[in-house]
Design a protein around this ligand. Structure first.
Ligand code: SF4
Length: 293
């Protein structure tokens, strides 16, 4: 296969020899595998972007109630706070986080989202890509190319580790989403493929060891706020990489380390709701209320 790659090193080699960015390589790989035209492949990704956009807006316009009742209305609250222009962390981050919170509300109320890379982490990529696109004044095609770059990072993680909270903890879910989003943001901002991988490596390192401990076993809390953290992580990592800051540990080694850490996590911290926040007095009380038997 002309555009196949197993890891970050092979991806960077392809970018260098073919003189393409990560998103372009990923789109060509998809074209090769699917047998579709490059236009058809891009159109499919454009549809994903539109679904992300709708989910990112929905929670800002209306209040949704999640199935478990643990989340709902957070996106609107943050958006209203952000509009006062007195936030501590600035408008861009808060706009991105509000979008991520919205997507998570849509997910928790059984609405339509793109599970990239999973439903539990579905707010991070839309939050970062849509907001970066807006801030940089990019065209839709550039956002689509950013999503292809994010996909390349996700593919490498799936091929070499895991994106499942049940297998590798929250680091594998929201950590991967943050890594994907940061690589996309770097590319969208004009950074090099090498910078994208440094950003992805840093985003992963920042949450290495993060456990999965959903209250009452529902993908609501702490998941929604972990998506908020993922957005901030991705954007800060992207900015560091764009500034020329490098990850001390190369991306491929970080992915391997993440997988080893994930496998070493006790089962109580891998989506079983048997540890962490799920077993706090409040977590247990919420669980008993939702499942009163
Ligand atoms: S806590 Fe678990 S279920 Fe929630 S986002 Fe993280 S990995 Fe997914």
């Amino acid at each position: 296969m002309d555009y196949g790659f197993e890891n970050g090193k092979e991806l960077l080699d392809l970018c260098r020899t073919r003189k393409k960015n990560i998103g372009q390589i990923m789109a060509l790989r998809e074209m090769e595998i699917s047998g579709k035209t490059i236009e058809a492949v891009r159109n499919t990704m454009k549809e994903k972007l539109q679904i992300m956009n709708a989910a990112a807006k929905k929670g800002l316009d209306s209040e949704m109630k999640s199935v478990g009742g643990l989340i709902g209305g957070e996106a609107r609250k943050l958006n209203a706070w952000n509009e006062k222009n007195t936030t501590l962390s600035g408008n861009t981050i808060n706009e991105a986080v509000a979008r991520a919170l919205s997507v998570m509300e849509v997910n928790a109320s059984m609405g339509r989202i793109v599970a990239a890379p999973t439903a539990g982490s579905c707010g991070i990529i839309p939050g970062v890509v849509l907001t970066a696109g807006e801030r940089l004044g990019l065209k839709e095609d550039e956002l689509v190319e950013g999503l292809f770059a994010a996909s390349a990072i996700g593919l490498i993680v799936v091929q070499n580790a895991t994106v499942s909270g049940a297998e590798g903890g929250c680091q594998a879910e929201t950590g991967t989403a943050a890594a994907m989003a940061s690589a996309a943001a770097v590319q969208m901002a004009g950074g090099t493929p090498v910078m994208s991988l440094h950003a992805a490596a840093m985003a992963f390192k920042n949450v290495l060891g993060l456990i999965c401990d959903p209250i009452a076993g529902l993908v609501e809390s702490p998941c929604q706020k972990r998506n908020a953290l993922g957005v901030a992580n991705a954007m800060v990592s992207a900015d560091m990489a764009l500034a020329g800051i490098e990850s001390v540990i190369p991306f491929d080694e970080v992915v391997e380390a993440m997988y080893r850490v994930g496998k070493a996590l006790p089962i109580a911290f891998r989506e079983t709701a048997m540890g962490g926040l799920a077993t706090t007095p409040t977590g247990i009380a919420i669980s008993k209320k939702i499942y009163p038997v």
